[in-house]
Design a protein. Structure first.
Ligand code: SPV
Ligand code: MG
Length: 288
């Protein structure tokens, strides 16, 4: 049975995924109208105040993903980094995320431990193509029957290996059974991604993460064709940082909370986001 993500992709409609680092940010993304949630490793790492370099455990990210799946109705795409090991680990991990409710998983072709993709001068090492094909095959087998899409992510451009290597890897991963190929780029303009998309002849659609090249908006992405989904990978945590910095500074400046009180979300708003109303209705019904 197809999940909502699969259905939208099959209908040829662009999927917009917003990042989240907890169920509340996921709920706000759903409320804003995004088609799905990106359960981001970068955001969770940032929320813990540590680099996105395989420092958090699989369980920490799985717990966040499960909690998000429990609180939103839109599909959740889980960022599995490198899959936490070899193909055997991937098999175990994909099963766990499927049971947690993920609609799709993304696995990237870097070595473990990984380093984050957009950091200048970061350590970017890729595993052998055949090794990663084995990981993708294991992921597909583990996700089968549970309707979990497997998205293979190549970091060839991130590792400065060039367009040809990126295309070779993308094709090889599609042949291994990936449902989609995520092509990541750290270039400040979309030229590299546009060139990749134009040359892409694989039989599966693409996913992109335009953090570094924000000028590639949805209208332009649709015009390119071949791209099924766009991930806004870190905008929840960056928005939160901007908002908290501003409000905290205002409170220090004002010497109190009187002024900001009218500018920030009310306590009632938070009650609504916590679904307090549903709990109160249940109290009326069941508490005797
Ligand atoms: C993430 O959000 O964790 C990602 C995207 O994987 S990036 O940080 O650009 O690698
Ligand atoms: Mg990540």
């Amino acid at each position: 049975m197809a999940n909502a993500l699969e259905e939208r992709i099959a209908a040829g409609r662009l999927v917009t995924l917003m990042s989240a680092h907890n169920p509340l940010s996921a709920r706000l993304a759903e409320e804003a109208g995004f088609h799905g949630i990106w359960a981001s490793g970068f955001e969770l790492s940032a929320a813990y105040g540590v680099p996105d370099a395989s420092l958090l455990s699989m369980t920490q990210h799985l717990d966040m993903t499960r909690a998000i799946c429990e609180q939103v109705t839109v599909p959740v795409v889980a960022d599995l980094d490198t899959g936490y090991g070899n193909a055997i680990n991937v098999s175990h991990v994909v099963g766990a995320y499927a049971r947690a409710g993920a609609a799709a998983v993304v696995i990237e072709d870097k070595t473990f431990p990984k380093d984050t993709s957009l950091l200048a001068g970061a350590r970017q090492e890729l595993v052998r193509v055949a090794e990663f094909q084995g990981k993708i095959e294991a992921a597909v087998a583990a996700g089968k029957g549970r309707s979990v899409l497997v998205i293979a992510r190549t970091e060839a451009l991130i590792a400065d290996l060039g367009l040809d290597e990126a295309l070779i890897r993308g094709r090889a991963y599609a042949e291994a059974g990936a449902d989609l190929i995520l092509i990541h780029s750290k270039k400040k303009t979309p030229g590299e991604i546009v060139a990749f998309t134009e040359r892409w002849d694989g039989n599966v659609p693409l996913v992109i993460v335009p953090t570094a090249y924000p000028e590639l908006t949805e209208v332009k992405i649709r015009a390119l064709g071949k791209i099924a989904a766009v991930i806004y990978a870190n905008h929840a945590i960056r928005a939160a940082v901007t908002a908290m910095r501003q409000v905290f500074a205002d409170i220090r400046r004002d010497g109190g909370i009187d002024k900001v009180d009218r500018q920030i979300a009310s306590v009632e708003d938070i009650f609504d986001l916590q679904r307090v109303g549903a709990m109160k209705a249940a109290e009326k019904k069941y508490l005797r």
